[in-house]
Design a protein around this ligand. Structure first.
Ligand code: ATP
Ligand code: MG
Ligand code: FE
Length: 348
Protein backbone atom coordinates (compact mmCIF):
# COMPACT_ATOMS: atom_id res chain seq x y z
CA UNK A 1 0.00 0.00 0.00
CA UNK A 2 0.96 3.63 -0.58
CA UNK A 3 0.60 5.52 2.69
CA UNK A 4 1.27 9.09 3.73
CA UNK A 5 2.27 9.69 7.35
CA UNK A 6 1.89 12.98 9.19
CA UNK A 7 3.87 13.73 12.34
CA UNK A 8 3.45 16.82 14.52
CA UNK A 9 3.89 15.59 18.11
CA UNK A 10 6.77 17.90 19.00
CA UNK A 11 8.77 20.41 16.96
CA UNK A 12 9.10 18.53 13.66
CA UNK A 13 6.43 18.84 10.99
CA UNK A 14 7.06 15.56 9.21
CA UNK A 15 5.34 14.13 6.15
CA UNK A 16 6.55 10.81 4.79
CA UNK A 17 5.27 8.61 2.00
CA UNK A 18 5.99 4.91 1.67
CA UNK A 19 4.98 2.10 -0.67
CA UNK A 20 5.06 -1.10 1.36
CA UNK A 21 8.49 -0.91 3.00
CA UNK A 22 9.89 1.43 0.41
CA UNK A 23 10.51 5.04 1.40
CA UNK A 24 9.30 7.41 -1.33
CA UNK A 25 9.47 10.75 0.49
CA UNK A 26 10.49 12.11 3.88
CA UNK A 27 9.85 15.84 4.15
CA UNK A 28 10.62 17.46 7.51
CA UNK A 29 10.28 21.10 8.57
CA UNK A 30 11.64 21.76 12.05
CA UNK A 31 11.03 24.69 14.38
CA UNK A 32 13.95 23.61 16.58
CA UNK A 33 15.86 26.85 15.98
CA UNK A 34 12.95 28.90 17.30
CA UNK A 35 13.10 26.95 20.57
CA UNK A 36 16.86 26.79 21.01
CA UNK A 37 17.16 30.09 22.90
CA UNK A 38 14.56 28.86 25.43
CA UNK A 39 16.51 25.66 26.06
CA UNK A 40 13.43 23.54 25.37
CA UNK A 41 10.43 23.25 23.06
CA UNK A 42 7.83 26.00 23.60
CA UNK A 43 4.42 24.41 22.87
CA UNK A 44 2.71 27.52 21.47
CA UNK A 45 5.61 28.25 19.16
CA UNK A 46 5.61 24.63 17.97
CA UNK A 47 1.86 24.63 17.23
CA UNK A 48 2.06 27.82 15.20
CA UNK A 49 5.05 26.51 13.24
CA UNK A 50 3.14 23.31 12.43
CA UNK A 51 0.21 25.35 11.13
CA UNK A 52 2.49 27.26 8.80
CA UNK A 53 4.50 24.26 7.64
CA UNK A 54 1.71 21.68 7.28
CA UNK A 55 0.39 22.23 3.77
CA UNK A 56 3.77 23.06 2.12
CA UNK A 57 5.34 19.99 3.73
CA UNK A 58 2.56 17.70 2.47
CA UNK A 59 3.00 19.21 -0.99
CA UNK A 60 6.76 18.73 -0.87
CA UNK A 61 6.39 15.08 0.13
CA UNK A 62 3.90 14.42 -2.68
CA UNK A 63 6.21 16.16 -5.18
CA UNK A 64 9.25 14.21 -3.98
CA UNK A 65 7.31 10.95 -4.34
CA UNK A 66 5.88 12.02 -7.70
CA UNK A 67 2.36 11.26 -6.46
CA UNK A 68 -0.94 13.00 -5.83
CA UNK A 69 -3.38 12.51 -2.95
CA UNK A 70 -5.47 10.29 -5.24
CA UNK A 71 -2.64 7.72 -5.29
CA UNK A 72 -2.80 7.09 -1.54
CA UNK A 73 -4.26 3.94 0.05
CA UNK A 74 -4.04 5.36 3.55
CA UNK A 75 -3.25 8.46 5.58
CA UNK A 76 -1.66 7.84 8.97
CA UNK A 77 -1.20 10.51 11.59
CA UNK A 78 0.38 10.65 15.03
CA UNK A 79 -2.58 10.75 17.44
CA UNK A 80 -0.27 10.84 20.49
CA UNK A 81 1.62 11.01 22.74
CA UNK A 82 3.07 14.50 22.44
CA UNK A 83 2.23 18.17 22.85
CA UNK A 84 -1.57 18.58 22.71
CA UNK A 85 -1.67 21.69 20.54
CA UNK A 86 1.00 20.37 18.20
CA UNK A 87 -0.78 17.01 17.80
CA UNK A 88 -4.06 18.76 17.01
CA UNK A 89 -2.57 20.45 13.97
CA UNK A 90 -1.49 17.14 12.44
CA UNK A 91 -4.67 15.31 13.38
CA UNK A 92 -6.82 18.14 11.99
CA UNK A 93 -4.87 18.23 8.75
CA UNK A 94 -4.97 14.45 8.33
CA UNK A 95 -8.74 14.41 8.86
CA UNK A 96 -9.17 17.17 6.29
CA UNK A 97 -7.06 15.36 3.68
CA UNK A 98 -8.90 12.11 4.37
CA UNK A 99 -12.33 13.73 4.22
CA UNK A 100 -11.49 15.56 1.00
CA UNK A 101 -10.15 12.46 -0.76
CA UNK A 102 -11.95 9.51 0.80
CA UNK A 103 -8.58 7.92 1.66
CA UNK A 104 -8.87 5.88 4.92
CA UNK A 105 -7.43 7.51 8.02
CA UNK A 106 -5.32 5.84 10.73
CA UNK A 107 -4.60 7.54 14.06
CA UNK A 108 -1.39 5.94 15.30
CA UNK A 109 0.94 5.91 18.26
CA UNK A 110 4.14 7.93 17.86
CA UNK A 111 6.10 5.39 19.92
CA UNK A 112 5.13 2.38 17.81
CA UNK A 113 5.99 4.49 14.77
CA UNK A 114 9.53 5.01 16.14
CA UNK A 115 9.84 1.20 16.10
CA UNK A 116 8.04 0.64 12.77
CA UNK A 117 10.39 2.94 10.86
CA UNK A 118 13.01 0.20 11.01
CA UNK A 119 11.01 -1.76 8.40
CA UNK A 120 11.96 0.87 5.81
CA UNK A 121 15.59 0.02 6.29
CA UNK A 122 15.66 -3.62 7.32
CA UNK A 123 12.36 -5.10 6.11
CA UNK A 124 9.64 -6.88 8.10
CA UNK A 125 10.20 -7.10 11.86
CA UNK A 126 10.54 -10.64 13.20
CA UNK A 127 7.90 -11.04 15.92
CA UNK A 128 8.19 -11.19 18.82
CA UNK A 129 10.89 -8.56 19.16
CA UNK A 130 12.07 -6.38 22.02
CA UNK A 131 11.87 -2.65 21.28
CA UNK A 132 14.17 -0.28 23.12
CA UNK A 133 12.50 3.06 22.60
CA UNK A 134 14.69 5.92 23.76
CA UNK A 135 13.68 9.47 22.95
CA UNK A 136 13.08 12.93 24.33
CA UNK A 137 10.04 11.86 26.31
CA UNK A 138 10.41 8.09 26.74
CA UNK A 139 12.80 5.31 27.72
CA UNK A 140 10.80 2.18 27.35
CA UNK A 141 11.41 -1.51 26.87
CA UNK A 142 8.58 -2.89 24.77
CA UNK A 143 7.58 -6.41 23.87
CA UNK A 144 6.42 -6.28 20.27
CA UNK A 145 4.35 -9.40 19.75
CA UNK A 146 2.49 -7.94 16.80
CA UNK A 147 3.35 -4.52 15.48
CA UNK A 148 -0.17 -4.22 14.08
CA UNK A 149 -1.75 -4.39 17.51
CA UNK A 150 -0.04 -6.18 20.38
CA UNK A 151 2.67 -4.18 22.06
CA UNK A 152 3.25 -4.34 25.80
CA UNK A 153 5.49 -2.34 28.09
CA UNK A 154 8.02 -4.35 30.10
CA UNK A 155 9.66 -1.36 31.73
CA UNK A 156 10.21 2.37 31.47
CA UNK A 157 11.95 5.31 33.08
CA UNK A 158 10.51 6.18 36.45
CA UNK A 159 11.70 9.79 36.07
CA UNK A 160 13.59 11.52 33.23
CA UNK A 161 13.69 10.05 29.74
CA UNK A 162 17.12 9.24 28.28
CA UNK A 163 16.92 12.10 25.75
CA UNK A 164 15.86 14.48 28.48
CA UNK A 165 18.94 13.48 30.49
CA UNK A 166 21.15 14.11 27.45
CA UNK A 167 19.59 17.53 26.96
CA UNK A 168 19.88 18.51 30.64
CA UNK A 169 23.49 17.38 30.96
CA UNK A 170 24.35 19.16 27.71
CA UNK A 171 22.98 22.32 29.25
CA UNK A 172 25.13 21.82 32.36
CA UNK A 173 28.12 21.52 30.06
CA UNK A 174 27.21 24.67 28.14
CA UNK A 175 26.36 22.78 24.94
CA UNK A 176 23.48 23.91 22.66
CA UNK A 177 19.91 22.54 22.61
CA UNK A 178 18.96 19.83 21.84
CA UNK A 179 22.04 18.44 23.50
CA UNK A 180 22.03 14.77 22.49
CA UNK A 181 23.96 15.14 19.26
CA UNK A 182 26.44 17.58 20.89
CA UNK A 183 27.17 15.16 23.74
CA UNK A 184 27.60 12.39 21.18
CA UNK A 185 30.16 14.49 19.32
CA UNK A 186 32.03 15.72 22.44
CA UNK A 187 32.16 12.20 23.87
CA UNK A 188 34.10 10.96 20.86
CA UNK A 189 37.05 13.06 22.09
CA UNK A 190 36.57 12.06 25.74
CA UNK A 191 37.46 9.22 28.09
CA UNK A 192 34.37 7.23 29.04
CA UNK A 193 36.15 5.74 32.06
CA UNK A 194 37.16 9.20 33.31
CA UNK A 195 34.69 8.99 36.18
CA UNK A 196 32.06 6.35 36.91
CA UNK A 197 28.64 7.98 37.12
CA UNK A 198 25.75 6.04 38.74
CA UNK A 199 23.72 3.46 36.84
CA UNK A 200 20.17 4.00 38.10
CA UNK A 201 18.03 1.04 39.24
CA UNK A 202 20.88 -1.40 38.75
CA UNK A 203 21.34 -2.46 42.36
CA UNK A 204 20.40 -5.93 43.54
CA UNK A 205 17.44 -4.51 45.46
CA UNK A 206 15.99 -3.05 42.25
CA UNK A 207 15.92 -6.37 40.45
CA UNK A 208 12.55 -7.40 41.77
CA UNK A 209 10.39 -4.34 41.16
CA UNK A 210 12.41 -2.37 38.62
CA UNK A 211 14.02 -5.13 36.60
CA UNK A 212 13.40 -3.43 33.23
CA UNK A 213 12.95 0.12 34.49
CA UNK A 214 15.32 3.05 34.22
CA UNK A 215 16.08 6.13 36.29
CA UNK A 216 18.15 9.01 34.95
CA UNK A 217 17.46 11.88 37.32
CA UNK A 218 20.03 10.68 39.87
CA UNK A 219 22.60 10.48 37.11
CA UNK A 220 21.84 14.04 36.02
CA UNK A 221 22.20 15.23 39.65
CA UNK A 222 25.47 13.35 40.03
CA UNK A 223 26.86 15.04 36.93
CA UNK A 224 25.65 18.45 38.19
CA UNK A 225 27.34 17.91 41.58
CA UNK A 226 30.53 16.74 39.97
CA UNK A 227 30.69 19.83 37.74
CA UNK A 228 29.86 22.14 40.64
CA UNK A 229 32.59 20.66 42.85
CA UNK A 230 35.08 21.06 40.06
CA UNK A 231 34.14 24.70 39.55
CA UNK A 232 34.31 25.43 43.29
CA UNK A 233 37.86 24.13 43.18
CA UNK A 234 38.51 26.70 40.47
CA UNK A 235 39.24 24.05 37.89
CA UNK A 236 38.04 23.78 34.30
CA UNK A 237 35.40 21.20 33.49
CA UNK A 238 36.70 18.64 30.98
CA UNK A 239 33.59 18.73 28.78
CA UNK A 240 34.57 15.85 26.50
CA UNK A 241 35.39 13.52 29.37
CA UNK A 242 32.23 14.33 31.35
CA UNK A 243 30.15 13.89 28.17
CA UNK A 244 31.78 10.50 27.50
CA UNK A 245 31.39 9.27 31.09
CA UNK A 246 27.75 10.41 31.27
CA UNK A 247 26.93 8.86 27.90
CA UNK A 248 28.55 5.61 29.00
CA UNK A 249 26.37 5.42 32.11
CA UNK A 250 23.20 5.89 30.02
CA UNK A 251 24.19 3.45 27.27
CA UNK A 252 25.39 0.85 29.76
CA UNK A 253 22.05 0.53 31.57
CA UNK A 254 19.94 0.84 28.42
CA UNK A 255 21.75 -1.95 26.62
CA UNK A 256 22.13 -4.18 29.67
CA UNK A 257 18.41 -4.12 30.48
CA UNK A 258 17.26 -4.51 26.87
CA UNK A 259 19.41 -7.60 26.47
CA UNK A 260 18.23 -8.98 29.81
CA UNK A 261 14.62 -8.52 28.68
CA UNK A 262 15.29 -10.32 25.39
CA UNK A 263 17.07 -13.22 27.10
CA UNK A 264 14.48 -13.63 29.83
CA UNK A 265 11.62 -13.61 27.32
CA UNK A 266 13.33 -15.90 24.86
CA UNK A 267 13.29 -13.20 22.17
CA UNK A 268 16.17 -13.04 19.70
CA UNK A 269 15.66 -9.64 18.07
CA UNK A 270 16.12 -6.19 19.58
CA UNK A 271 15.08 -3.01 17.77
CA UNK A 272 16.36 0.41 18.73
CA UNK A 273 14.12 3.41 18.07
CA UNK A 274 13.67 7.06 19.04
CA UNK A 275 16.02 10.03 18.87
CA UNK A 276 18.57 8.62 21.31
CA UNK A 277 18.88 5.53 19.08
CA UNK A 278 20.88 7.86 16.81
CA UNK A 279 23.60 7.90 19.49
CA UNK A 280 26.81 6.38 18.18
CA UNK A 281 27.90 4.88 21.50
CA UNK A 282 24.47 3.31 22.11
CA UNK A 283 24.59 1.71 18.67
CA UNK A 284 28.15 0.44 19.19
CA UNK A 285 27.62 -0.91 22.70
CA UNK A 286 24.29 -2.52 21.78
CA UNK A 287 25.93 -4.15 18.75
CA UNK A 288 28.76 -5.52 20.88
CA UNK A 289 26.51 -6.87 23.62
CA UNK A 290 23.85 -8.26 21.28
CA UNK A 291 26.54 -10.14 19.41
CA UNK A 292 27.86 -11.65 22.65
CA UNK A 293 24.32 -12.69 23.59
CA UNK A 294 23.50 -14.15 20.16
CA UNK A 295 20.77 -11.58 19.61
CA UNK A 296 20.04 -9.83 16.32
CA UNK A 297 20.14 -6.06 16.70
CA UNK A 298 18.40 -3.70 14.28
CA UNK A 299 18.29 0.06 14.10
CA UNK A 300 17.44 2.61 11.43
CA UNK A 301 19.81 5.26 10.10
CA UNK A 302 20.18 8.26 12.45
CA UNK A 303 17.95 10.56 10.39
CA UNK A 304 15.04 8.13 10.76
CA UNK A 305 15.57 7.83 14.55
CA UNK A 306 14.53 11.40 15.34
CA UNK A 307 10.97 12.53 14.61
CA UNK A 308 9.83 12.32 11.00
CA UNK A 309 6.77 11.52 8.91
CA UNK A 310 8.27 8.41 7.31
CA UNK A 311 7.97 6.52 10.60
CA UNK A 312 4.25 7.29 10.78
CA UNK A 313 3.83 6.24 7.15
CA UNK A 314 5.77 3.02 7.87
CA UNK A 315 3.45 2.08 10.71
CA UNK A 316 0.41 3.08 8.62
CA UNK A 317 1.58 0.90 5.75
CA UNK A 318 2.01 -2.03 8.14
CA UNK A 319 -1.52 -1.53 9.52
CA UNK A 320 -3.08 -1.32 6.04
CA UNK A 321 -1.22 -4.46 4.93
CA UNK A 322 -2.33 -6.27 8.09
CA UNK A 323 -5.97 -5.38 7.43
CA UNK A 324 -6.41 -3.27 10.56
CA UNK A 325 -9.54 -1.09 10.42
CA UNK A 326 -9.15 2.62 9.83
CA UNK A 327 -9.87 4.95 12.75
CA UNK A 328 -13.20 6.54 13.49
CA UNK A 329 -13.30 10.05 12.18
CA UNK A 330 -13.85 11.78 15.49
CA UNK A 331 -10.82 10.45 17.37
CA UNK A 332 -9.11 13.11 19.47
CA UNK A 333 -5.42 13.92 19.70
CA UNK A 334 -4.24 12.26 22.91
CA UNK A 335 -1.21 13.89 24.49
CA UNK A 336 -0.72 11.01 26.93
CA UNK A 337 -1.63 8.10 24.62
CA UNK A 338 -0.69 4.79 26.21
CA UNK A 339 2.36 3.09 24.73
CA UNK A 340 0.37 -0.15 24.39
CA UNK A 341 -2.21 1.35 21.99
CA UNK A 342 -0.69 0.96 18.53
CA UNK A 343 -3.53 2.60 16.61
CA UNK A 344 -7.02 3.90 17.25
CA UNK A 345 -9.38 1.36 15.79
CA UNK A 346 -12.89 1.97 14.51
CA UNK A 347 -13.99 2.69 18.06
CA UNK A 348 -12.79 5.33 20.47
P1 ATP B 1 9.04 11.18 22.17
O1 ATP B 1 9.40 10.37 20.97
O2 ATP B 1 9.27 10.49 23.47
O3 ATP B 1 7.69 11.80 22.05
P2 ATP B 1 10.55 13.31 21.01
O4 ATP B 1 9.72 12.94 19.84
O5 ATP B 1 10.64 14.73 21.43
O6 ATP B 1 10.08 12.42 22.23
P3 ATP B 1 12.74 12.30 19.51
O7 ATP B 1 12.70 13.27 18.37
O8 ATP B 1 12.38 10.92 19.24
O9 ATP B 1 12.00 12.81 20.80
O10 ATP B 1 14.19 12.40 20.10
C1 ATP B 1 14.73 13.63 20.48
C2 ATP B 1 15.76 13.36 21.56
O11 ATP B 1 16.81 12.58 21.00
C3 ATP B 1 16.38 14.61 22.12
O12 ATP B 1 16.40 14.50 23.53
C4 ATP B 1 17.79 14.58 21.55
O13 ATP B 1 18.76 15.20 22.36
C5 ATP B 1 18.03 13.10 21.44
N1 ATP B 1 19.09 12.77 20.47
C6 ATP B 1 19.11 13.03 19.15
N2 ATP B 1 20.29 12.61 18.61
C7 ATP B 1 21.02 12.08 19.62
C8 ATP B 1 22.31 11.51 19.73
N3 ATP B 1 23.11 11.39 18.68
N4 ATP B 1 22.71 11.09 20.96
C9 ATP B 1 21.92 11.21 22.04
N5 ATP B 1 20.70 11.74 22.00
C10 ATP B 1 20.25 12.18 20.81
MG1 MG C 1 12.63 17.34 17.74
FE1 FE D 1 9.74 10.99 19.01
Amino acid sequence: PVVMGIETSCDETGVGIVRGHELLADAVASSVEEHARFGGVVPEVASRAHLEAMVPTVQRALDDAGLTLADLDGIAVTAGPGLAGALMVGVGAAKAYSLATGVPLYGVNHLSAHIAVDTLENGPIPEPAIGLLVSGGHSTIMMVEDLAGKVTQLGASIDDAAGEAFDKVARLLGLPFPGGPYIDRAAKEGDRAFVRFPRGLSAAKDQEHHRYDFSFSGLKTAVARWIEARRLDGEDVPVNDVAAAFQEAVCDVLTRKAILAAKEHGVDTILLGGGVAANSRLRALATERAEQAGITLRYPRPKLCTDNGAMVAALGSHLVAAGVSPSRFDFPANSSMDVEIVSLADRL
